[in-house]
Design a binder for this molecule. Structure first.
Ligand SMILES: Nc1ncnc2c1ncn2[C@@H]1O[C@H](COP(=O)(O)OP(=O)(O)OP(=O)(O)O)[C@@H](O)[C@H]1O
Length: 923
């Protein structure tokens, strides 16, 4: 799953696409023709093929003599929209040294980083023309100083360079907006365009600014203004050089049409835009129209088509990070709608990496955090909140977005009062009221919080406000979910009749079946309604339906997600509400079975250790369930919502172990094509399970010890010190203390790991558990078959009870599953089971010929140590016996034992007891 999108990104093609855009940006920013060699020198090898590709696509002209000609500004939108903001600022700053004059240089610097070096030079009062521009720029950039009396920019005084100046200042405005400095960006844009501002003169020259302007208006909730402007701009930008801008505007107009419920208009606009994009060879635009169609498909509940369209767009957007992010974001939303929350979470999380435009980030983060919270992954939600806090500009929108994220987190932890406080603070803001991207989720969460707090009347008021604000103007958004909320509010207010009616309406909507937990919530409400009526029949039926909905919602989740989800959703409360016996095992750790006192005492120990942060060492024979015990420690602990990462130390060769544990930097060794995060970093906020720890090499032991002592480490090939907050649980089926004595394992590392030791007993000491576990494995097999579980016959049970289970639960599981497959009847007979237990004979009724093996086995069991220790003791016992039988004669004993005389002499000499038994004359 984690890699499901990887295949879409082909590094080679990404690079070419990026170079081409970089070349377009450089060509547009040139004040006059410049040699390609100078540009390459300034921008580095990054542009080895960029200019040729840009020329092939008609975005740039190469003059004889290897010069690049400046391009009309109309193509600049391609570059600015499709490049990462960091690349734009770096490129323009690098071009600055190529400027012929101080003012040109200042302009390039200003365009690249409007609040950086260029601005500092202006403040210092650059000479010449730039100095003359200073008052206007100071005003536009919000610097203190006198306001210019009238429009300060007069293009005519700049002659032929005016276009250049205005374009570069517009780029600067664009950069400001993308960095989140909206007010300054807009002021600068208006000033750069002269007295009429953008709205007054959408000339082909400045066409590239129109989509940004529209996007800005839409994202700040001014939809009508944005749509009107998009239409005017599109009509004026009719020339072929403005195709990209025009198509962008069409896509944006379509977005407004969707929001207004006019799907036909949206479909026509997207269809036309796609046709024209194909005709003009603008592949990226084709990708964008696919995303637009996906939005439409999502709204129309085409839950298979919507993700497909986004995946198609992703394939086109090779190398366009910001656009890949848009496609991934939409993919996430499509998966949410299609009831695939795990995929949604992955796509939404990935999308955040490539987003560099604040207004996108500010809306995308709360959505991604909501998907984490739904799955109970509060650790991930917190990580995102911290990232957003670090990057958010200090604007009203950013404050709202952060507040919304915090409210999601509070709600996920059932801290309803705190959630409500956050939401009420948002509610008073004008920006929230204007912008449905914030108003909808905020209103929704408020209703949920009020319902949870039992403040039904207020919930009703807030709900009315929410539906009035949003749904009267926008009927196309989630009617089923809204109706369900409406029904829940009605029920809370005691209006059962209305609750029933609205619930019916909600469930009749085709979208109802899939959306997140809609079905579960709807059935829960139906149950409450039936319970309120007091009729036992419907009540029973509704109760069964709720359990079924729960199972179907959670069945596709991996184990750890189920754990988190269960906690987040509070299943025990759900069960209590249904009046079902609280299935203790299911509500806690469903995967850990066993009723024997020996096992229950281990579970109690695991619970106790889980409450601490100490390192734990799990000991026990192979297959006793050490990994499961480690997982249980994680799930019982406060880290449960964080990751659980397991590493089998024996399975990884020494050379790979360090990079596996600590990660590596790109280029650290052959094949290290990318930075790779090691298991320590992957387990940040959670638990790292080191299995088979006794098999770790001395080098690995030293590195591990350092990481545990210092709580920091470096990635292989890197110098940066990395800190990961992990709890370590290690396991071994060898006696680790013995390994320390034999100097196979470092004592200092042993003490670090074995803060607390827990011994998991072998199955043969867990009596009842054999039967309990066998029944559980049979039940699982039956579930997979979709059938009734088989049972063991009493003889088969006896056979299992008497068997020694050297491979413990793993062996039991394999045997039971094999018997399940082999058995033709619903009751598994002893003769089906017996051949499966033959590998090592059972303790009782040994069969002829196998008695010796059984003796050896029993002797080994009595010995109680390791096999190596047992064999060496056996060898010694045989020698003693043989020496006695041969009256201390070394030659005869050696012959009996199959040793050479000299080897036996050597052994006997090194052992004082044996020496005593051997005749003195012999040695
Ligand atoms: N209490 C239990 N309830 C249900 N299944 C169990 C239990 N304990 C172990 N198992 C199952 O037995 C198998 C072996 O368990 P696990 O891998 O945790 O053992 P281990 O001690 O770590 O083995 P090894 O030492 O070989 O690594 C797994 O399939 C696990 O799911």
């Amino acid at each position: 799953m984690a890699d499901f999108l990887e295949t879409l990104f082909r590094p080679g093609q990404r690079e070419e696409a990026r170079q081409r855009r970089l070349a377009v940006l450089a060509t547009c920013a040139l004040p006059r023709p410049l040699p390609i060699s100078a540009l390459r020198a300034a921008l580095g090898e990054e542009l080895s093929v960029g200019f040729e590709l840009a020329e092939e696509d008609g975005f740039c002209r190469l003059l004889p003599g290897g010069h690049v000609e400046p391009m009309p500004k109309a193509v600049l939108d391609m570059a600015i929209t499709l490049l990462d903001i960091r690349i734009i600022t770096r490129t323009l700053t690098r071009l600055a040294p190529l400027a012929a004059s101080e003012d040109e240089q200042c302009l390039l610097l200003l365009a690249g980083a409007p609040l950086g070096e260029g601005r500092r030079r202006l403040e210092a009062g650059a000479p010449g023309r730039v100095a003359a521009m200073a008052p206007g720029l100071r005003h536009a950039l919000g610097l203190p100083g006198e306001l210019p009396a009238s429009a300060p920019f007069e293009p005519s005084s700049w002659g032929s360079a005016a276009r250049q100046v205005s374009a570069l200042l517009s780029v600067a405005a664009h950069v400001l907006i993308r960095q989140g400095h909206w007010a300054q960006g807009r002021r600068l844009m208006a000033w750069a365009l002269g007295p009429e501002g953008l709205a007054g003169r959408v000339s082909p020259e400045h066409g590239f600014l129109a989509p940004t302007q529209v996007q800005f208006l839409l994202d700040s909730g001014r939809r009508e203004e944005g749509a009107a402007f998009a239409q005017t701009a599109r009509e004026r930008l009719s020339g072929p050089e403005n195709t990209f801008s025009r198509l962008m505007l069409m896509a944006l107009e379509g977005r407004v049409a969707i929001d207004g419920g006019d799907h036909r208009l949206a479909r026509r606009l997207f269809g036309d835009a796609q046709l024209q994009a194909r005709a003009a060879g603008l592949e990226d635009m084709v990708g964008l129209t696919k995303v637009a169609f996906a939005t439409l498909a999502r709204r129309e509940d085409q839950n298979t088509a919507a993700p497909q369209l986004c995946l198609g767009a992703l394939e086109i957007f090779l190398g366009d990070e910001p656009f890949e992010a848009v496609a991934l974001h939409n993919l996430g939303l499509a998966y949410l709608k299609a009831g695939r929350p795990l995929e949604a979470q992955a796509a939404l999380t990935r999308s955040l990496e490539g987003m560099d435009i604040p207004f996108q980030q500010l809306t995308a983060y709360p959505q991604a955090i909501a998907s984490d919270c739904f799955l109970g992954d509060t650790a991930e939600a917190e990580r995102k909140l911290a990232a957003l806090t670090a990057l958010a500009p200090d604007t009203p929108q950013a404050r709202i977005s952060l507040g919304l994220c915090r409210a999601h987190l509070h709600s996920a932890r059932a801290e309803w009062e705190a959630a409500l406080r956050e939401l009420e603070a948002l509610h008073i803001s004008d920006v929230t009221a204007q912008n449905h991207l914030y108003a909808v989720p905020a209103g929704w969460l408020r209703v949920e919080a009020l319902l949870a707090l039992g403040r039904a009347e207020e919930a009703s008021r807030v709900f009315a406000e929410l539906s009035r604000n949003l749904y009267l103007s926008n009927l196309s958004t989630q009617p089923a979910a809204l109706n369900l909320l409406d029904a829940r509010v009605a029920f809370a207010n005691g209006d059962l009749e209305r609750a029933r009616r609205v619930l019916r309406r909600a469930r009749s909507s085709p979208e109802a079946a899939l959306a997140q937990d809609f079905e579960l919530r709807a059935r829960l409400l139906a149950f409450k309604l039936a319970a309120a009526e007091g009729k036992e029949g419907p009540r029973e039926e509704a109760r069964r339906a709720v359990t079924e909905a729960w199972d179907s919602l959670t069945q596709s989740f991996p184990l750890e997600v189920q754990q988190r989800f269960r906690r987040a959703y509070d299943r025990p409360r759900l069960l209590a509400l249904l009046g079902l016996p609280s299935d203790k095992e299911a509500a806690e750790l469903p995967y850990l079975r066993g009723t024997s006192p020996a096992f229950q005492s281990v579970v109690a120990q695991l619970r106790r250790v889980a409450a601490t942060e100490a390192s734990v060492l799990l000991l026990g024979e192979t297959g006793v369930g050490k990994e499961l015990a480690a997982r249980a420690i994680h799930d019982f602990s406060r880290r449960a919502s964080g990751p659980f990462v397991a590493v089998n130390c024996a399975a990884i060769g020494d050379e790979l172990l360090l990079s596996e544990l600590f990660g590596h930097e790109k280029g650290a060794f052959t094949g290290a094509v990318q930075r790779h995060l090691g298991r320590f970093e992957q387990a940040h906020g959670g638990t790292l399970f080191l299995d088979e720890i006794a098999d770790i090499s001395p080098r690995g032991q030293a590195a591990l010890l350092r990481a545990l002592q210092e709580r920091t480490f470096e990635r292989v090939g890197g110098t940066e010190t990395v800190r990961a907050n992990v709890r370590i649980v290690a396991a071994s089926n060898r006696d680790l203390a013995e390994a320390v004595r034999a100097e196979d394992f470092r004592q200092d590392l042993f003490f670090r790991l074995a803060g607390i030791q827990v011994k998991v007993p072998p199955l043969r000491e867990r009596g009842e558990d054999v039967r309990v576990l066998a029944a559980w494995f049979l039940e699982q097999a039956a579930q997979e078959r979709g059938d009734q579980p088989r049972r063991m016959s009493p003889e088969a049970e006896r056979l299992m009870r008497d068997y020694a289970w050297p491979g413990n639960i793993r062996e039991l599981r394999n045997v039971v599953l094999a018997a399940d497959v082999l058995s033709e009847s619903p009751v598994i007979a002893a003769d089906v089971l017996l051949p499966l237990l033959q590998r090592i004979p059972p303790r009782s009724a040994p069969r002829e010929g196998e008695a010796a093996a059984l003796d050896a086995w029993l002797l080994f069991r009595q010995h109680g140590g390791t096999l190596r220790g047992f064999l060496s003791d056996m060898q010694r016992a045989c020698m003693e016996r043989c020496l006695v039988e041969n009256d201390g004669n070394i030659a005869a004993t050696a012959a009996d034992l199959g040793f050479s005389r000299s080897r036996l002499t050597q052994i006997v000499l090194s052992d004082s007891d044996l020496r005593r038994l051997a005749g003195r004359a012999e040695l």
